[in-house]
Design a binder for this molecule. Sequence first.
Ligand SMILES: Cc1cc2nc3c(=O)[nH]c(=O)nc-3n(C[C@H](O)[C@H](O)[C@H](O)COP(=O)(O)OP(=O)(O)OC[C@H]3O[C@@H](n4cnc5c(N)ncnc54)[C@H](O)[C@@H]3O)c2cc1C
Length: 305
Amino acid sequence: MTTQLIRPSSPELDSILGQTFPVLDDGFVRVVDYMGNDSSIVQAARVSYGDGTKKVSQDRALIRYLLRNYHTTPFEMCSLKLHVRVPMDTWRQWIRHRTASVNEYSTRYSIAIDGAQMTNSDQWRQQAQDNKQGSAGYFDQKTGSELTAAEQNLHRLSKEIYNSRLEDGVAREQARKDLPLSTYTEAFWQIDLHNLFHFLALRMDAHAQLEIRNYAETIGEQIVSRWVPQAWEAFKDYRFNRMTLSQQDQELLALLVGRKDQAADDWCREQGWVKTKGEKQILSREALEFADKLAVLGMTPPWEG
Ligand SMILES: Cc1cc2nc3c(=O)[nH]c(=O)nc-3n(C[C@H](O)[C@H](O)[C@H](O)COP(=O)(O)OP(=O)(O)OC[C@H]3O[C@@H](n4cnc5c(N)ncnc54)[C@H](O)[C@@H]3O)c2cc1C
């Protein structure tokens, strides 16, 4: 028996196919192609569960159930192909996601893209003191202007040297070696929705570097939200904005909710979450992370009370 199928499409995504969404000063993401939509996820799940839900509201509930319960393969039935333009330092973080298929612009074959990401004088971030991987706060305008001027000089010099190497006949594969990491590269990046959600969960997170976060937020909010609105909603609810509580978190939370203040203090010291060195109170990383979770719940940790 032959059943005529209609290709699943997303009119909302069709309407922005090829449209460039700018990111940073000269980067972008644009959708080149895609496969599937919200109903493709439901359709794949129905193969597992037999004939099931039919209404839109039931589809939404099923998608939410699947995402909540790590039934991930139906999300792999959708995929997205993007054309991206990204500075190489950001690309270096991006390319760590091994579950995508990638074709990148070759600076062996072609002359490097004549564009490097510039940082405006008000955008230079200071090294965070409490997080070795992070930044905190911005430099004043005067320092920022000096940093930007130095960056412009570096870009100009590296470009001059690159171009003169090419004029001297140096191979492109070698001439490129001193180009800065801020040089833009371009790639086609294709990934299924399950792995895209994994990428977005890590790279939209506040711990991700600002530059890659800008790309991830653009992909999520401008593209995925239009393409698979129900899956996007479920992702935000059950993955991105969820809070996880470890065994220890639960134990301490139970003591706090039960107003067992002394027991909570004792627990923190027994677990090594709070130590005292002279006058100083030292908090473990777990304690600090737990305090962040409590803040979301409008609560304060025992060591602040
Ligand atoms: C905030 C942040 C800081 C980071 N800091 C560092 C750092 O300091 N140094 C550093 O080197 N990296 C760092 N990374 C990169 C990080 O360790 C991961 O390499 C990157 O986020 C890709 O994650 P992934 O492997 O889960 O994703 P993907 O490669 O997309 O893989 C998705 C999932 O597929 C599975 N998978 C894929 N390939 C394999 C495999 N070969 N074997 C088993 N399972 C596999 C895993 O379950 C994996 O989670 C950082 C990432 C973030 C978000």
